[in-house]
Design a protein around this ligand. Structure first.
Ligand code: SF4
Length: 329
């Protein structure tokens, strides 16, 4: 399928208070986007030729008419519906079955640890880990029955409390639930996450050895792993690191965002223009065109010391003449 993806924000209402959330707005003032407006936008973008849709929150499963939206998107001809959810509501099997029957869904379950204590601390909700695990069990049982045909992804935010456990987390979800698809996103220190910078945001160089081990593990076990939010020069010593760059795997989708004033943007463009920042020295780097650099707010605290341009390799050709060799992207 030639994929053209559109993501739509349903509002910022959430049932967690994650400490790494990029939104610092209090839960009480958060709002949903009216159903009539979402309906209009879903139709409009289908007419523009989009064939995959993703719903974004907040937490999309608490949207009152989420099942109706999935049904509508399916009826309009969207071939796949991507749901990135904290998965707590999947602990309700009746809800999950109805949701799953409404369309062809790819489930991304946001869970950030294999330990109850860490997960509940991160979400600020006691019992959230158990609910997510119950939800994951339900997803896996539906998949075993052939009722979910797409892959189930574990979607994780890399932070100070879990980075040393990344390989263990992979093994935990593989061995206990058969999950083979993982997405690791380096924490974006905005909003509430920025307020927790000290306790949650590791330095890239600290995280690297564990990302490397995770990559080696996924190669050995033939898993699908991608990482987001880590500049290329941090990953440069990893063999074939380009294959794991989430931003490259995702491509450039369109997003409809905003609560009161809706705006449309291309997510890759927005990251490059506003959310990421690169030092001047990046102009000398052979990956300058592709690498989006570190998260802007990360550099406010940690500066740019870690980012060193990758230059052309100088090698000799068979006749002994010095040549420049490009690394491939
Ligand atoms: S030097 Fe800059 S462009 Fe090159 S990999 Fe690092 S952050 Fe990216």
């Amino acid at each position: 399928m030639n994929e053209k993806k559109f993501q739509i924000n349903l509002g910022n209402v959430c049932n967690n208070i994650c400490k790494f959330c990029m939104n610092a707005e209090p839960l009480e003032t958060r709002k949903f986007i009216p159903f009539s407006q979402i309906k209009k936008e879903i139709k409009e973008y289908r007419k523009k030729g989009y064939n995959v849709i993703g719903f974004l929150g907040g937490e999309l499963t608490v949207y009152p008419k989420i099942i109706d939206l999935v049904r509508l998107a399916t009826r309009l001809g969207y071939k796949r519906i991507d749901l990135v959810s904290n998965g707590r509501k999947y602990s309700d099997l009746t809800f999950l079955k109805e949701l799953n029957e409404a369309g062809y869904i790819r489930f991304y379950l946001s869970i950030h640890s294999h330990e109850e204590r860490t997960e509940d601390f991160l979400t600020s909700v006691k019992g959230s880990f158990r609910e997510k695990i119950r939800g994951l069990n339900h997803l896996v049982s539906l998949k075993k029955k052939g009722l979910i045909r797409e892959k189930i992804f574990i979607n994780l935010v890399i932070n100070k409390l879990n980075y040393k456990s990344l390989p263990r987390i992979i093994l935990f979800y593989l061995r206990n639930f058969g999950v083979r698809d993982f997405r690791f996103n380096f924490i974006r220190p905005e909003g509430r996450a920025f307020a927790h910078f000290k306790i949650l945001v590791p330095a890239y160089r600290e995280v690297l050895p564990y990302v490397k081990r995770s990559v080696l593990l996924s190669e050995k076990l033939r898993l699908n792993l991608s990482v987001e939010g880590i500049p290329y020069c941090i990953l440069r010593n990893m063999r074939n690191f380009q294959e794991y760059i989430g931003e490259l795997k995702d491509g450039a989708g369109t997003i409809k965002e905003g609560i009161d004033r809706r705006k449309e943007f291309n997510i890759a463009d927005l990251r490059k223009a506003e959310l990421r920042v690169k030092p001047e020295t990046c102009r000398e780097c052979i990956y300058d065109l592709y690498c989006e650099g570190p998260w802007k707010d990360y550099t406010q605290i940690n500066g740019f010391r870690e980012f060193k341009p990758i230059r052309l390799k100088r090698e000799k050709d068979p006749s002994g003449r010095r040549i420049k060799k490009h690394e491939k992207v």
